[in-house]
Design a protein around this ligand. Structure first.
Ligand SMILES: [Zn+2]
Length: 220
């Protein structure tokens, strides 16, 4: 069963731009066909694939490959994430990234307040200090015709869920037009929260398109 295709597009989506890769729907599990290396467009005129903005709705892992052409592969990302997490102290690891299960607990506290007996007072205190539940006024679900789901915000931005971080990083790195760590971090800060800078730095470092760019091709 494939999830419904979201019509949700951010206003900055480059809808007029039909990239080499065409429209890439992350929710459909479409196989990504990488452009051939001798293509006249690749790598010298890298088009930005049109990616969907990952949101907080429940994610079904696609059957096919999650790899997005021009970016680190999903497997590479998993290694990067592992490396990042093991570099942290044991105390910091559990909340360094917001996994789906942690997200669900946060959501429950925000919805039920102190009635949420499944959590400790300490956890509830942390949740109330860090997050709010908000009904999005625009962007999220605005085209589905359904009442929008409330979104968990930290610092006024939706929390990126660990299981979607690969797509979140590709999406923001694409909007930043492969613009390096600082530009990618700045783009991430506009759209999401809870994406660590060190993780972003490692991701950008592993990006094949950025590697080509760094090799000094003047067309970039
Ligand atoms: Zn890149």
């Amino acid at each position: 069963m494939s999830p419904p295709v979201s019509a949700d597009r951010k206003p900055y989506s480059r809808t007029g731009l039909k990239g080499v890769l065409g429209t890439l729907d992350l929710n459909s599990g479409d196989a990504v066909v990488p452009p051939t290396l001798d293509s006249p467009y690749y790598p010298f005129h890298v088009e930005i694939p049109q990616l969907e903005a990952p949101n907080q709705s429940r994610f079904t892992v696609p059957d096919g490959s999650r790899d997005i052409a021009g970016f680190p592969t999903y497997e590479q990302y998993q290694r990067i994430e592992e490396e990042y997490l093991t570099s942290l102290s044991e105390r910091k690891q559990p909340k360094a990234l917001i996994s789906q299960s942690l997200f669900d607990k946060i959501y429950a506290v925000l919805q039920n307040g102190s009635e949420d007996r499944a959590s400790t007072a300490q956890f509830r205190f942390w949740v109330r200090k860090m997050f709010v539940l908000a009904y999005p006024q625009t962007s999220f679900n605005h085209n589905t015709g359904q009442t929008p789901e409330p979104v968990v915000l930290h610092d006024k931005r939706p929390v990126a869920i660990k299981e979607r971080l690969y797509e979140v990083l590709c999406y923001c790195h694409a909007i930043a037009r492969h613009g390096g760590r600082d530009k990618t971090c700045a783009t991430l800060r506009l759209h999401y929260s809870w994406v660590p800078k060190e993780l972003t730095a490692k991701f950008v470092k592993a990006c094949p398109t950025c590697t080509l760019k760094r090799s000094g091709n003047p067309d970039f």
